[in-house]
Write a new protein. Structure first.
Length: 356
């Protein structure tokens, strides 16, 4: 796997990111080249957090220099480089990105507008105000309707609360949809110096490399207010790698079934954000994420390696809170580990929590 696949950085190494580099015979692909510094409650000292950010940032920039294809699954800063000094790293590359015109929340849309405006002006000399496309009237189906398994769950005493949350989520979605049909659209481009293609639900075959993108998925729970993401399945060097992006576990049962149907060799799985437990994540959704990860381990026949890291390794009790997943890996002969452990290191959050 060493020549095909490597991590540029990940949360378990001390900064928020899940960036990988795929090396095919004729192409090099960076997936989600972004990074952010750890939050204030992360147990490492501030100078260590800044140093881990700097190290990861340097390696991601180096990976970008090597790549000819860049994948951006959504517009959170830990998933794409966005600062002015980073823009030239995209020059001459093919960017396959989450569509910024629909199935997106307001904050990610603003970030995408700024990113593409800067990118197109700096690399191609184009003024975004002059090239924006007119709005298009489309239906934009509610992606909740695809969740047959999740919608059948019996929540018991939590059922009324769940019903209310879904109703509120539906209202939020309808307001977003009104915006999508009214916005002027950010265009794709295809020039010698830059190609930008919106990848939602599409397949790109480069001969020695095939990239299959999912349609938009919720970022975590149903109607997550932080928006939608796209996952990508990567076929390279006789390996099938499933990169989830931010499905948070996955919390949603249908997304676990999607991974099981794909039956990858390697799963790059972001875990539930246990550092937000009791705030943004409740025990019901944590338990869903744990059950779904176990299902994936037990019901896939080809799966040999699960990287269980992004979001998850931001607090020191992450293994205790997801213990059945790790135990299932051992029982089913599937290697489940953080990125730090894969490289023979202790996750930074454990190293510094033990020093307290």
């Amino acid at each position: 796997m060493g020549e095909t696949f490597r991590f540029l950085w990940a949360d378990s190494l001390g900064a928020k990111t899940y960036s990988i580099l795929i090396e095919a015979p004729r192409h090099r692909v960076v997936v989600d080249p972004g990074i952010a510094i750890m939050h204030p409650t992360y147990p490492a000292p501030d100078d260590i957090k800044r140093e881990m950010y700097r190290r990861g940032y340097s390696l991601i920039r180096n990976g970008m220099r090597q790549a000819d294809i860049v994948i951006i699954t959504h517009y959170h800063y830990d998933h794409y480089l966005h600062r002015l000094e980073d823009i030239d790293l995209y020059r001459g590359k093919i960017i396959l990105a989450k569509n910024p015109n629909n199935y997106i929340n307001d904050s990610q849309r603003k970030r995408a507008e700024k990113f593409y405006s800067t990118l197109y002006e700096r690399v191609l000399g184009l003024d975004m105000k002059e090239i924006m496309l007119e709005p298009v009237e489309e239906e934009y189906p509610d992606t909740i309707n695809d969740l047959e398994e999740a919608l059948k769950i019996d929540y018991g005493d939590y059922a009324e609360r769940k019903k209310y949350l879904l109703e509120q989520g539906r209202k939020w979605f309808l307001k977003r949809r009104e915006k999508w049909v009214s916005w002027r659209r950010i265009p794709e481009v295809s020039e010698k110096e830059l190609t930008v293609l919106f990848a939602d639900g599409k397949t790109f075959d480069f001969g020695d490399l095939k990239l299959v993108f999912t349609k938009p998925l919720f970022h975590g729970i149903e109607y997550s207010r932080v928006g939608w993401i796209i996952s990508v399945i990567i076929y390279s060097n006789n390996l099938k790698i499933y990169y989830t992006s931010d499905v948070n576990g996955p919390i949603i049962e249908d997304y676990a079934s999607m991974i099981i149907r794909e039956n990858p060799d390697i799963l790059v799985l972001d875990g539930p954000p246990t550092y937000t437990l009791g705030y943004m994540l409740n025990n019901i959704n944590l338990n869903r994420a744990v059950r779904n990860a176990i299902r994936i381990i037990e019901e896939t026949s080809k799966l040999k390696q699960v990287f269980y890291d992004h979001h998850l390794t931001r607090e020191p009790l992450f293994k205790e809170r997801t213990l059945p997943v790790w135990e299932s890996g051992k029982k089913n002969n599937v290697r489940v580990e953080t990125v730090a452990e894969y490289y023979g290191k202790t996750p930074l959050v454990l190293l510094y929590s033990n020093k307290k």
